[in-house]
Design a protein around this ligand. Structure first.
Ligand SMILES: [Zn+2]
Length: 71
């Protein structure tokens, strides 16, 4: 992985792995992805509450559709 990062503040290119912008000095925290690879098995699993929220909403929608179809 060697993707170019850009400063959110000024938009200038940042060196890979840099935590602060050399141009304007703005710092950016490394963002934790909502979903990450499973340690065991295949697929992905939620890593943050946002990820679990998406799963919860998805399950609720699927359950709602199933109940609606089963009337
Ligand atoms: Zn900047």
């Amino acid at each position: 992985m060697n993707e170019q990062k850009y400063c959110r503040n000024c938009g200038s290119a940042k060196p890979t792995g840099a935590t602060s912008c050399a141009n304007c000095g703005a710092t950016s925290k490394p963002k934790r992805p909502w979903f990450g690879p499973k340690r065991i098995g295949y697929g992905i699993r939620p890593q943050t509450w946002q990820g679990w929220l998406i799963v919860a909403v998805f399950v609720a929608v699927v359950t709602g559709i199933a109940l609606w179809l089963g009337r």
